[in-house]
Design a protein around this ligand. Structure first.
Ligand SMILES: *Cc1c(COP(=O)(O)O)cnc(C)c1O
Length: 358
């Protein structure tokens, strides 16, 4: 068996321990004589798996009692619409910090008045825009941010001060990568396929007092309060991805949890950025004060040389380094499951390539 270091932005690398456990349990889960994939979502054995996944997430993120956790379908993109459907009465504030933030605000505009408080679109989103509090609407129904911008390789290093307005965060690409105080948010949501587990689930963490206000024409599968009542099972949930997410979170817990993995994540990002800062050939594309520790974007300034590096890296077992078309160059997604060795191997490859192509 030859596992590569997979730098894909999502779906992305999963911990080998989780995949191995799933393989072992594939044909006969816990003496049931069937695969988790073959179990009814109403079976006692499956409900235990589901509850275990939710309990692990609550433990790892220290989610307070006054929050509900939903495991839904339709991805983060589905929540772009669900958020205004559930929360928007009059007006909401959005920060336009990247392509997914932009997609979310375009979707929300279908449902009401959206105030874009800041945007870095003109700089191709190479930084988190500066936030001017005088532009915030103190009566907004919510204030929307994307904590980590997957395509552009930027993240907020501090949260905006939004007073009593509920802060809604798309955490798809950095949930579980660093400690967050959940009580600072009204809603946190994340597609699973970056840093939680395989594709097919979106996690929605919502403060209980924000439930029950969905617009009357909200489809019931997008109505958070109805999903809470149904235990996230208005329709058949993504049974197997939820089980896999649980195995990945067991692995994370065994690594020491979010605090511990945050240290590793900082170390990984530092290794890569330190090299990019001293390299004569490769340069980071995000502004330094906005740099993500999950998605590292860089280029040589020469598209042919970029392509040559991507090919060279793949030949060394370092895959999926091609950048998103909106940025070009390279992107190394170094989520929790990417070991330090993978980043060291990438830095070695960058050095060797630079030497050979001087
Ligand atoms: C990947 C991603 C999305 C889209 O997720 P889907 O689950 O594919 O809808 C949205 N926001 C961010 C920040 C992402 O990284």
């Amino acid at each position: 068996m030859n596992r590569v270091f997979n730098f894909a932005a999502g779906p992305s690398m999963l911990p080998a321990a989780a995949l191995e456990k799933a393989a072992k349990e594939m044909l006969d889960y816990n003496g049931t004589g069937m695969s988790v994939m073959e179990m009814s979502h109403r079976a006692k054995g499956y409900i235990e798996i589901f509850d275990h996944t939710v309990a692990l997430l609550k433990e790892l993120m220290q989610i307070p009692e006054n929050y509900e956790v939903l495991l839904l379908q339709g991805g983060a993109t589905g929540q772009f619409a669900a958020i205004p459907m559930n929360l928007l009465k009059t007006s909401a504030d959005y920060v336009d910090s990247g392509n997914f933030a932009h997609g979310a605000l375009v979707e929300a505009k279908k449902y009401g008045n959206i105030n874009v408080v800041a945007s870095s679109k003109e700089d191709n989103y190479n930084h988190i825009p500066v936030l001017d509090k005088s532009k915030f609407n103190p009566n907004a129904d919510y204030f929307y941010i994307t904590t980590n911008n997957t395509i552009f390789g930027t993240r907020y290093t501090e949260l905006p001060d939004v007073g009593n307005v509920p802060l809604v965060a798309d955490m798809s690409s950095n949930i579980l990568s660093q400690p967050y105080d959940v009580s600072k948010f009204g809603v946190i949501y994340a597609g699973a396929q970056k840093n939680i587990g395989p594709a097919g689930v979106v996690v929605v963490i919502v403060r209980k007092d924000l439930l029950g206000n969905a617009a009357p024409n909200t489809p019931k599968i997008f109505d958070w309060a109805k999903q809470v009542d149904a235990g996230s099972m208005i329709n058949t949930p993504s049974t197997y991805p939820i089980y896999m997410a649980g195995l990945c979170m067991e692995w994370l817990k065994a690594q020491g949890g979010v605090e511990a993995i945050y240290k590793v994540n900082c170390e990984k990002a530092q290794l890569l950025y330190d090299y990019l800062d001293e390299s004569k050939m490769f340069h980071g594309t995000a502004q330094k004060d906005s740099r993500s520790i999950m998605n590292v974007t860089f280029n040589t300034g020469d598209a042919d040389l970029d392509a040559a590096f991507v090919k060279y890296a793949a030949s060394k077992g370092l895959t999926n380094l091609k950048g998103h078309r909106l940025v070009g160059g390279m992107r190394a997604s170094i989520y929790n499951a990417m070991p330090v060795e993978g980043v060291k191997a990438l830095v070695d490859a960058l050095k060797a390539f630079e030497m050979e192509n001087k």
